[in-house]
Design a binder for this molecule. Structure first.
Ligand SMILES: *Cc1c(COP(=O)(O)O)cnc(C)c1O
Length: 428
């Protein structure tokens, strides 16, 4: 697809171009397997010598079309869908780092990713150093070890709502010969394209805004194609030396800088872990992507209006949203997210924990959900739900105070949302 096309056009047109007489809408290729005339034909696929489909655990045309659309939106060289955002982050890291290796991650990341790195991947022999996303460059550089293989952060952290200084993290990663992986879930490529700022790999939980309707779980990994693995071949033997499980193919030689990462991740990790997205789910995701730019505009406008309203309300103690001029991350957001950030805000009431519970109970439009980032406004009080096993002191240390309410602004009319929030606050 023409790389000069703009986001709205790519959301509609990229990834799938039907031929004469073929379906205009992306077909759901609901088939586990694909047939060949001879074993020799199929053998070439198994040696990665020919392109083609043979089993939907490795690749499926519907999923590939949707991956290609997201790849175009991010401005990458290759992409693959996964069954969830968790699978995307696990595989993006595990593709280049394993037992005996080390990664550096921002401490302000999604709880599921924090757990993945600090507990589960640790059991696999991979160590993670967590750094404050606002640390100095010297502090960041000091976290590297000889066995560090990647740096990880989120453009806008869920739920901390910090904005990552992508250039600072990319500079440090590149100075140490490793890639920067950015989870771009909350910003989406509509509001930020991390590759433009030096990120090398981008991941998403497509479960959030990309689907946007709370209908289907999914993830995606996109490669920028800009990181030269062969320059640091000693660090990345999996990409730069022969793979015995594919007749000795060396991914960087056969697939180049732009193709090596995703080909290896598909051919090895998807083959062995099998956390695929189904073609049916990819089809639903594709429908969501078509309207993504328009929905993001509305999510951001609603969040801005609600954040400003809350900031002016006497019962509200604090509001966090990087679109507010006095927010700690306003300047970074102006740089990396000039057209808007996301629809998620957080705030606290003077009455603390008790007030939060009362407030949420009285909301009529905003429902209580662990989910965020879809068309319906929803809210969560972590201290009494997802984080309820923690003491108030532990909650503070985790940056999720006992009073914190996370509010994900949907696509409703902002005046209705504000009126609903207003009446709920009256009950506090
Ligand atoms: C939700 C989320 C994930 C996990 O995605 P799932 O699709 O739920 O597996 C990862 N990163 C971020 C930033 C998220 O918000």
């Amino acid at each position: 697809m023409d790389s000069k096309l703009r986001t709205e056009t790519l959301c509609i047109q990229a990834g799938y171009t039907p031929g004469n007489g073929e379906p205009r809408q992306l077909p759901i290729i609901q088939s586990t397997t694909f047939q060949y005339a001879t074993s020799e034909d199929m053998g070439k696929l198994f040696d990665l010598e020919a392109d083609g489909y043979f089993y939907s655990r490795l690749a499926n045309p519907t999923c590939d079309a949707v991956a290609a659309k997201i790849c175009a939106l991010e401005g990458g060289s290759a992409a693959m869908l996964t069954g969830s955002g968790q699978a995307a982050n696990f595989m993006a890291v595990f593709n280049i780092a394993g037992c005996g290796d080390h990664i550096i991650a921002s401490s302000a990341i999604y709880g599921g990713s924090f757990n993945l790195f600090s507990v589960t991947m640790k059991k696999m022999g991979l160590e993670t150093t967590f750094v404050d996303p606002d640390c100095t460059e010297a502090e960041l550089n000091a976290a590297f070890r000889p066995n560090t293989k990647a740096v990880f952060g989120e453009t806008i952290a869920n739920p901390a709502l910090t904005v990552l200084d992508i250039e600072k993290f990319a500079r440090a990663a590149h100075a140490h010969g490793v890639p920067l992986i950015v989870d771009n879930t909350f910003a989406t490529p509509v509001n930020c394209r991390p590759f433009q700022w030096g990120a090398d790999i981008v991941t998403h939980s497509t479960t959030k805004y990309m689907d946007g309707h709370g209908a289907t779980l999914g993830g995606v990994i996109v490669d920028s194609g800009k990181f030269d693995w062969t320059k640091h071949a000693g660090k990345f033997p999996g990409l730069c030396t022969p793979d015995d499980s594919y007749h000795g193919v060396t991914y960087t030689e056969r697939f180049g800088t732009g193709g090596a990462f995703i080909t290896k991740c598909t051919a090895q990790l998807m083959r062995d872990f099998g956390c695929v997205q189904s073609p049916q789910n990819a089809f639903i995701l594709n429908l969501g992507l078509e309207s993504l730019p328009f929905r993001m505009k509305q999510h951001c406008a609603n969040a801005q209006a609600v954040a400003e309203y809350l900031q002016g309300h006497e019962k509200v103690k604090w509001v966090k949203y990087c679109g507010l001029k006095d927010d700690k991350y306003y300047d970074l957001a102006q740089k990396y997210l000039p057209n808007g950030s996301c629809g998620v805000i957080s705030f606290g009431l003077y009455g603390g924990r008790q007030a939060a519970e009362t407030f949420m109970k009285h909301l009529k439009l905003g429902s209580i959900e662990t989910h965020v980032a879809d068309s319906r406004t929803c809210c969560l009080h972590p201290a009494s739900s997802t984080h309820r096993q923690m003491t108030d002191a532990e909650l503070d240390a985790a940056g999720v105070g006992a009073d914190l309410i996370r509010l994900s602004c949907g696509l409703e009319n902002a005046r209705d949302l504000i009126e609903d929030i207003g009446q709920a606050l009256e009950n506090v």
